[in-house]
Design a protein around this ligand. Structure first.
Ligand code: NDP
Length: 492
């Protein structure tokens, strides 16, 4: 397979690369220079229908959905090996397409490989239970695949976020149709090609790039769509939830966040400052769980701010493929513009810029979408810059004097994806963790996740979860079977 040398890509349906029905394509650019990188066919509603038809046929006829979980486990394990063998090329492709640093892309690829390995281990352990009932009866449950599952992925972790739902759906025996983000479809298409080599039957994993409002909606509205897994903005999540509700199908939604990081006075401030930097400047801040609101105890505020400022200013910014670069460009010129607009909103509302707040300087970076790591203070909590997800390397800071106040500020958001806290006191750590309205909490750790740990949010951050040992259940349905055994026969 070729992960980086091809410049033209089709839709991947039924194991074949085909042009879109309307013959449309999109030129992708490298976010570090905005120069052309590849051309990708863009599907439309007819292609969405075609993909669903092909997937449904593969689901019914290929045998993938049959009882042989071990066969699926082997194929997914093989796919993990093929991805690992190609990880360097795939990581470079991810960096060129999305902008993140090569180190970050390699981290993503490691996560994808580990996801397939972990999920492969679950594929032959999907089982029901027997349930004691009164009388001469046998009651048991079966876990069946759903059919065709639809997955709509964002651009910030193009391969990782797509595969964390695709892998369990495949393990459960479903056929999958994946719509990657229009800005970043390249690694998903490359992985789709590897799936064939791993022994997945044609049509079991289909990848259909195309505009979300056309292809995405057509896929979810299709009568063959049995469930949808979506990661992206709240606005689009609501639209998808509405279509799923009309169709009465399950939807797993992983939406935005405005996550707090609380620092207590006894915290190791050096470690905390590094963790805070990682949590909001990592992936150039384009993380649903970016810890973008620092809530720090008044007594250590000045000292911590100095350290966070130093972390921000020491961040080496540049094209993701360059050696030693710690922060790449934002995904698009338009998105970089939105991020900087939020800084202006914060300023207009009375906020102070401690560091950053502009495009990165220098001729070498001028053509790319580079924004400086930014730290803000004094932004009122009512400001849009504090209430809305910025999705860029921008940290707002607040202070507290007692833990109740810290918890109140941390929970003062419509989101509930993630929260971090830094303290050496075990009692504080556990009692505050319980009271934070967030689906994931870390203590003395930046945002960190593993394929085996559940990932999901409270409040407007979403419904359901991805990852974890129970994730395969998301992609199965439970059937209860009750058998009347009749009265035992009398002998003689
Ligand atoms: P979107 O929610 O618009 O896009 C995510 C995915 O949904 C993409 O594949 C997109 O396709 C698709 N999509 C868009 N509209 C529809 C629709 N009507 N029906 C079905 N699918 C659709 O996110 P953006 O990429 O535009 O980012 C906007 C903001 O969303 C970010 O600034 C950030 O705040 C948030 N976001 C959050 C993410 C997270 O991890 N929680 C990830 C990405 C974004 P297409 O690419 O063709 O538009």
């Amino acid at each position: 397979m070729s992960a980086s040398s091809e410049t033209r890509h089709g839709l991947l349906i039924g194991g074949e690369e085909i042009p879109g029905a309307r013959g449309e394509s999109r030129t992708l650019v490298d976010p570090s220079t905005n120069s052309p990188l590849a051309t990708v066919a863009m599907g439309g509603p007819d292609d969405a229908r075609h993909a669903m038809e092909v997937a449904e046929k593969a689901f019914r006829e290929s045998g993938w959905a049959g009882d042989d979980g071990a066969r699926r486990a082997k194929a997914l394990q093989k796919l993990a090996q093929l991805i690992e063998a190609d990880a360097d090329a795939l990581a470079r492709l991810e960096t060129r397409n999305m902008g993140k640093t090569l180190r970050e892309s390699k981290g993503d690829l490691g996560f994808v490989v580990r996801t397939f390995e972990y999920i492969a281990g679950l594929a032959d352990k999907i089982q029901g239970e027997t349930i004691p009932v009164v009388g001469s009866r046998l009651d048991y449950t079966l876990r069946e695949p759903l059919g065709v599952t639809v997955h709509i992925a964002p651009w910030n972790y193009p391969l990782l976020l797509a595969m964390r739902s695709v892998a369990p759906a495949l393990a459960a025996g479903n056929a999958v149709v994946l719509k990657p983000a229009s800005l970043t479809p390249l690694t998903a298409l490359a992985l789709g090609r590897l799936a064939k080599a791993a022994g997945l039957p044609p049509g079991i994993l289909n990848v259909v790039p195309g505009n979300g409002s056309e292809v995405g909606e057509a896929l979810v509205a299709d009568p063959r769509c049995a469930s949808v897994s979506f990661t992206g903005s709240g606005e689009v999540g609501e639209r998808i939830a509405a279509i799923a509700a009309r169709r009465v199908i399950p939807a797993t939604l992983e939406l935005g966040g405005k996550s707090p990081v609380i620092v207590f006075p006894d915290a190791d401030l050096d470690r905390a400052a590094k963790g805070i930097g990682f949590g909001v400047f990592g992936n150039a801040g384009q993380m649903c769980w970016a810890a973008s609101r620092l809530v720090v105890h008044e007594s250590v505020r000045a000292a911590l701010l100095e350290k966070v400022k130093a972390v921000a200013e020491a961040t080496k910014i540049g094209p993701g493929l360059d050696d030693g670069v710690e922060m790449g460009p934002l995904v698009s010129k338009e998105h970089a513009g939105h991020v900087l607009e939020y800084v202006e909103v914060a300023r207009a509302d009375g906020g102070q810029v401690v560091t950053g707040g502009t495009k990165a300087p220098g001729d070498r970076l001028a053509a790319g979408n580079f924004v400086l790591p930014t730290v803000l203070t004094d932004v009122p909590t009512t400001s849009r810059a504090v209430r809305e997800e910025i999705f860029g390397p921008v940290l707002s800071t607040f202070s507290f004097t007692d833990p109740e106040e810290a918890i109140r500020i941390a929970n003062d958001t419509r989101y509930g994806l993630f929260a971090a806290l830094w303290t050496r006191d075990l009692g504080t750590a556990h009692s505050v963790a319980r009271r934070l309205e967030a689906g994931m909490v870390t203590v003395n750790e930046a945002p960190t996740s593993f394929p085996q740990t559940p990932f999901g949010g409270f409040k407007e951050s979403g419904i359901g979860f991805e990852q974890g040992v129970r994730v395969v259940e998301n992609y199965t349905r439970r059937k209860n079977v009750l058998v009347n055994l009749g009265a035992p026969r009398k002998k003689g």
